[in-house]
Design a protein around this ligand. Structure first.
Ligand code: GRF
Length: 203
């Protein structure tokens, strides 16, 4: 299977997945990394790993539709089986999401359905929650609203800051996301009208 990873920033999740492919833990290839930002640090990390790093700069387009059409073309040129959003900070159009229905996943730093959107760590602290975490979900037209595949939980300790919590959550992200990507490339996971099905025969 061919994986395409979309990023906007550091790309630490992209690297965790690329490393799992490199080590043979995920039997697939990272066909390319696509960024909407020329300054995304993850672009250089991809090149360092000899993964094609493709820029589709959203600022070069006058509308979201035009950007998404170009993004789709860049992705489809890589003939992917799975699209992995890893810190990709653009809201996608319905046409784009529909085109990749059932084969596009995202990682979101909260225990969905809690805290969709931004600043999730601070919001969990402010709410006085004792637990927080990360979710991997299929992407649908509802932002951060697609069916959840798996979550990892961390505890919020006294004196926790958004930064310390983010660090804890990211450690879990780098464990969880490669596992889910592996399951997807093995064809074990499917999005259905009811949510997610996992074929556990191979577990
Ligand atoms: C992660 O925290 C992820 O949950 C969120 O964006 C961040 C991306 O970090 N969607 P990185 O670029 O993978 O380091």
């Amino acid at each position: 299977p061919r994986i395409v990873i979309l990023i906007s920033g550091t790309g630490s999740n992209m690297m965790a997945i690329a490393d799992a492919v490199q080590s043979g833990d995920i039997d697939a290839m990272v066909a390319g990394v696509v960024s909407n930002r020329p300054d995304a640090a993850g672009m250089q990390h991809a090149r360092d790993r000899e993964i094609p790093a493709i820029l589709v700069d959203h600022q070069q387009f006058s509308s979201r539709e035009e950007f998404d059409a170009n993004l789709m073309r860049a992705i489809d040129d890589l003939a992917p089986d799975l699209i992995v959003l890893a810190g990709f900070m653009r809201i996608l159009t319905s046409d784009f999401v529909r085109h990749y229905r059932g084969r596009m996943i995202n990682i979101h730093p909260s225990l969905l359905p809690l805290y969709q959107g931004l600043n999730t760590h601070q919001r969990a602290i402010d709410a006085g929650d004792s637990e927080h975490g990360v979710s991997v979900h299929f992407v649908t037209e509802e932002l951060d609203g697609g069916p959840v595949i798996a979550q990892a939980v961390v505890t919020i300790d006294t004196g926790e800051t958004a930064a310390s919590l983010q660090h804890k959550v990211q450690i879990q992200e780098h464990i969880l996301y490669p596992i889910i990507v592996k399951w997807c490339t093995q064809g074990r996971l499917a999005m259905t009208d009811q949510g997610v099905t996992l074929d556990s025969k191979l577990l």
